[in-house]
Design a protein around this ligand. Structure first.
Ligand SMILES: [Zn+2]
Length: 502
């Protein structure tokens, strides 16, 4: 038996003017064939889980194509054509296949294909025909489309946010593939699309309100004939028709039952919809709260969420920490121009700089201050633990460590790296436990990395292309009605597809 592996992972933020180019994939991951196994060796990633699961089942794994880029803007048309050509050529080389394990992100948008995941999965289905199983994983931030569901036999989303079960999700998909190929089961899936946007602030799976939804999903898994179920929390920063939440269920050859299970979860979300609306918290209020708590306290900069595509140079919180002369505070920023300027100085020198804010007014004004240049580092680090994103190697480029006299430390990298590993800080010779306030540019995802040192997490509502104040986001393409943008409507699971996907 030979099972192919295809991964195409990028979360695309359509509110960013810049496009994701092929270079963004090349600098993260763009590989075919045997190179894929090398790149995922030892990583807590679903592709590593695919490989491990197939090896254990005695099935030959055929790595075909893997592409991943850090979340950013829509994939440019030429980059998309490049990826598709490369994927098709790799499939041509792969030889006969008995099944394919796929790892789409689920919230990928390209210029020619807004439902990018649905596009390549449908093309794969067309190429393989109806009888070769296509089974895979999804990031729970997927904006699931009917096309993704129709093109595949089973998709299994990670069950945690922060995502610390990516490897396990890959193993589950591989195991389901093995059982399917042995003829033990016939996976049959159905989806429900409740017209609800879950605010990203409310997407931490271990706590309320998410916890109750996942408990209901876990209970369903105990019922006979249920092979899998998934909650798609959705990604609100993509202005596409399928933006929003969804539920998926996979049964053993029982379409009606799969639909019933997905509908049950959708109905529960609909009943609880008021619990999934975010609550704003100002920068000033958050800093006041953080001052009075046992440190280190992590302030989550939600408007500059790098893992949601944001530039990472937002200064709203840094400005306020500086203005208030708060000491023992650390902010990581991405600002290549500042790093280049620092390269002309030596460690220990005083430098007048304007740091961050370069991406535009939503990111705040550059922080203008006198800094001591503490150090310059190469910016590479590794992570061996299970952390959000499942990456093991990071490169934030040349990095400057700067400190004001009042004690605000800036760690300024020259490439965007989401805060998914404390290695970002420790590799620069800093001890995160020595700070009262650590600012992480994210909403939920950084918590996996920061929890070992931070006693408290406070979400801060800042402006930006990932603002959690969704009333500030201008949509053209989304479904209507959609809660909480529209509130004066009723919904139930019957005839839901016609209602939500015109
Ligand atoms: Zn995600």
């Amino acid at each position: 038996m030979r099972v192919g592996i295809i991964a195409l992972l990028q979360e695309s933020n359509t509110f960013i003017a810049q496009r994701t180019q092929i270079g963004h994939f090349q600098s993260d991951l763009l590989a075919t064939g045997g190179e894929i196994r090398k790149r995922f060796a030892g990583a807590h990633h679903e592709v590593s889980g695919f490989l491990s699961g197939l090896d254990d089942a005695g099935i030959e794994a055929v790595p075909i194509f893997a592409a991943r880029a850090v979340p950013y803007g829509v994939i440019a048309a030429d980059a998309w054509q490049f990826l598709m050509s490369m994927l098709r050529a790799a499939l041509d080389q792969a030889g006969p296949l008995d099944g394919v394990l796929v790892a789409p992100h689920g919230a990928t948008v390209s210029e020619p294909e807004p439902d990018a995941d649905g596009f390549w999965l449908a093309e794969l289905r067309h190429r393989l025909g109806p009888n070769i199983p296509i089974i895979g994983t999804l990031d729970p931030h997927a904006n699931l489309s009917p096309r993704m569901v129709h093109a595949t036999d089973a998709l299994i989303a990670y069950r945690t946010n922060p995502h610390i079960d990516q490897w396990e999700s890959g193993r589950k998909a591989a195991s389901l593939m093995a059982r399917t190929l042995r003829g033990e089961v016939r996976p049959t899936q159905a989806a429900a699309f409740p017209p609800v946007v879950i605010n990203i602030e409310c997407q931490e799976t271990a706590v309320s309100p998410c916890r109750h939804l996942y408990a209901a999903a876990d209970a369903q898994l105990q019922r006979a004939g249920v092979l899998s179920n998934s909650i798609l929390l959705g990604f609100a920063y993509a202005d596409v028709l399928e933006m929003g939440s969804a539920m998926l269920a996979v049964t053993d050859n029982n379409q009606r039952f799969a639909q019933q299970l997905a509908d049950e979860l959708a109905a529960q979300l609909w009943r609880q919809r008021n619990d999934f609306v975010g609550r704003p918290n100002s920068v000033a209020a958050a800093i006041e709260q953080a001052k009075g708590l046992d440190g280190p306290v992590c302030l989550l900069d939600t408007g500059d969420n790098i893992g949601g595509g944001s530039p990472g140079d937002g200064t709203w919180i840094a400005q306020e920490l500086h203005r208030r002369q708060i000491d023992r505070a650390l902010v990581c920023l991405c600002d290549a121009a500042t790093v280049a300027q620092c390269e002309t100085h030596r460690a220990g020198e005083k430098v007048r700089l304007r740091v961050g804010g370069g991406s535009g007014p939503l990111q705040g004004q550059p922080l203008a201050a006198d800094f001591s240049l503490v150090d310059l580092r190469d910016g590479r680090f590794e992570e061996s633990a299970a952390r959000h994103g499942g990456c093991s190697q990071f490169d934030q480029g040349r990095t400057a460590i700067l400190r004001t006299d009042a004690g605000l430390t800036l760690l300024v990298g020259s490439q965007r790296v989401p805060p998914f590993s404390l290695g970002q800080i420790t590799s620069c010779g800093l001890d995160p436990s020595q700070f009262q306030i650590l600012v992480a540019k994210g909403v939920v995802a950084p918590m996996a990395a920061y929890r070992p040192v931070c006693r408290h997490f406070i979400r801060v509502t800042t402006p930006g292309v990932t603002t959690t104040d969704l009333s500030q986001v201008q949509y053209q393409q989304r479904r209507r009605p959609l809660f909480p943008f529209e509130t004066d409507f009723e919904w139930n699971a019957s005839n839901q597809l016609a209602a939500t996907f015109p």
